[in-house]
Design a protein around this ligand. Structure first.
Ligand SMILES: Nc1ncnc2c1ncn2[C@@H]1O[C@H](COP(=O)(O)OP(=O)(O)OP(=O)(O)O)[C@@H](O)[C@H]1O
Ligand SMILES: [Mg+2]
Length: 478
């Protein structure tokens, strides 16, 4: 999940005429932000327009132009930037004016850096929430309609009609299915098709987050609740109030956390860790597990009462091998998707298609998706054969694309064999060979090849130089 992870550093500009403050703040914030500084007011606007800063820390007394006028300009020109104002004196009136002009918050000099950190943290959360909203809108627009979830098999049709009935209720939905059967895509569909869709969807993977952190992830904590709790954290239950919370791999929840979760589901309220304020929430729970929770109840590993709380609307996603009529749909869907994504025109010959339908797919839809991705990316012929497929399947567990390319039948000398008696080419040779083949696949278009390899064009050029690969084609379009 693309969860709350900052995928870039936010850009922050410190505008202050005191060098001491600029240095102090640069030092303090350098690790968390891309920090820039400026010592006068009249060039701030130009600078933020050029660098698209996300956050401005603005001293109100600046040479050239005072902070209030800077704010006014930002306001008038509708520039998207979160501003934290610093006032020299306890001049509440100016502070209020600045808030009216759209400043996010203000601090009075001399200020406490902890306070500033909390404000900045809130700003980052706000920015992320907003970008989430934009993303949501895009997704709601296209990806997560039921109609984009594939499934004509009777089992899937039954699931769709169950979900349709309960979609706008607050009912908990429990999705059970083997790995790769589509639990997450169903969870998202439940949210984005419901009347909660304009509120946040949050997810938490109970199998990857250490148990001692789950409480704070779910319920949040107050500043100082434990060592390291430097500021208040809002838990996902609270963020997703009115929205939905996806508890993935819920069988991994410790017995202790199960009890806490049960209480919240019953009371619809809780306290943040270390806090005593009662927080009321209206969060819809969608839970998923790749193990049947009933078995875990029998083994005393899952609380029975929690199981009944969660199991209001059970959805059993069948493995792909039990709904073979869906497989051709998936094949076309993924072929289409990856052909478009990689600018290719690969198809699968009839015999190979039948093979794909008959295969048992232990990794279900996810595995089928990966296999087709690799076939599209790597096949030299327009028509994929059974041999191509079995090579990909055979080498799938090896993971690296270079090894898979080498598995293709046309280049038997490059096979990386599991048996030790075959000489294996050096990594360099393999990489060179691989690059050449990829370039050939992409008609020597460097941008497309680099994109498919998930490397930058710069890295690509470096590699070409390293291996002395010369682009012969003249039809190189970049
Ligand atoms: N019915 C479907 N329609 C379209 N795409 C699907 C469908 N089911 C699964 N997929 C795709 O297959 C991949 C795996 O699905 P998803 O991540 O939802 O499965 P999962 O059950 O959560 O897997 P895991 O157990 O590995 O977490 C995703 O890329 C998803 O988009
Ligand atoms: Mg999943």
């Amino acid at each position: 999940m693309h969860e709350n992870t900052m995928d870039r550093n936010y850009k922050l500009l410190v505008a202050d005429d005191e060098k001491g403050i600029r240095d102090l703040l640069s030092d303090l914030l350098r690790d968390s932000f891309d920090v820039d500084t400026i010592d006068r007011g009249d060039t701030i606007l130009e600078k933020i327009k050029r660098n698209a800063h996300d956050i401005l820390i603005l001293d109100l007394q600046l040479p050239g132009m005072n902070g209030i006028d800077v704010l006014r300009q930002i306001y008038e020109e509708k520039i998207k930037i979160a501003v934290v104002v610093i006032t020299a004196s306890n001049d509440i009136e100016t502070a209020i004016t600045s808030m009216k002009l759209g400043a996010y918050d203000y601090l009075v000099k001399p200020f406490d850096t902890d306070k500033l950190m909390v404000i900045l943290k809130n700003i980052v959360e706000k920015i992320e929430l907003e970008s989430e909203v934009t993303r949501l809108r895009e997704q709601v627009g296209e990806r997560f309609r039921f109609k984009n979830i594939i499934g004509k098999s009777p089992q899937m049709q039954r699931i769709f009609s169950t979900l349709e009935k309960v979609i706008d209720t607050d009912s908990t939905v429990l999705i059970i299915g083997e790995s790769g059967t589509g639990k997450e895509i169903i969870a998202k569909a439940v949210h984005y098709n419901s009347n909660r869709k304009q509120f946040p969807f949050r997810s938490i993977d109970c199998s990857t987050i250490p148990q001692d952190l789950i409480g704070s992830e779910l319920f949040g904590h107050e500043k100082g609740a434990f060592t390291g709790a430097i500021s208040r954290k809002i838990g996902k239950f609270e963020v997703a109030s009115k929205g939905s919370l996806f508890l993935d791999e819920i069988s991994n929840l410790s017995i202790d956390m199960q009890a806490k979760l049960l209480r919240v589901l019953q009371e619809k309220e809780f306290e943040r860790i270390g806090g005593n304020q009662i927080i009321k929430v209206n969060t819809r729970i969608v839970a998923a597990s790749n193990r049947d929770l009933r078995e875990l109840v029998v083994e005393n590993k899952f609380r029975e009462d929690l199981y009944y709380r969660l199991n209001v609307v059970p959805v059993y996603l069948p493995p792909l091998r039990e709904r073979k009529e869906d497989t051709p749909l998936f094949i076309d869907h993924f072929l289409n998707k990856f052909n478009t994504e990689y600018g290719r025109d690969v198809n699968i010959e009839l015999k190979a298609r039948l093979f794909l339908v008959e295969y048992s797919w232990p990794g279900n839809v996810r595995q089928l998706e990966n296999v087709i991705k690799r076939l599209v990316l790597l096949s030299t012929n327009k028509l994929v054969t059974v041999d191509d497929i079995s090579s990909v399947l055979e080498y799938e567990n090896y993971g690296t694309a270079a090894e898979i390319v080498s598995a293709f039948p046309e280049k038997p000398q490059m096979r990386v064999s599991r048996s030790k008696d075959v000489t294996v080419k050096s990594i360099e040779d393999m990489e060179k060979d691989y690059l050449e083949r990829m370039l050939q696949h992409f008609n020597y278009n460097i941008s497309n090849t680099a994109r498919a390899l998930k490397i930058s064009r710069k890295t690509m050029h470096n590699k070409l130089k390293k291996y002395n690969i010369i682009i012969k084609k003249t039809a190189v379009m970049e």
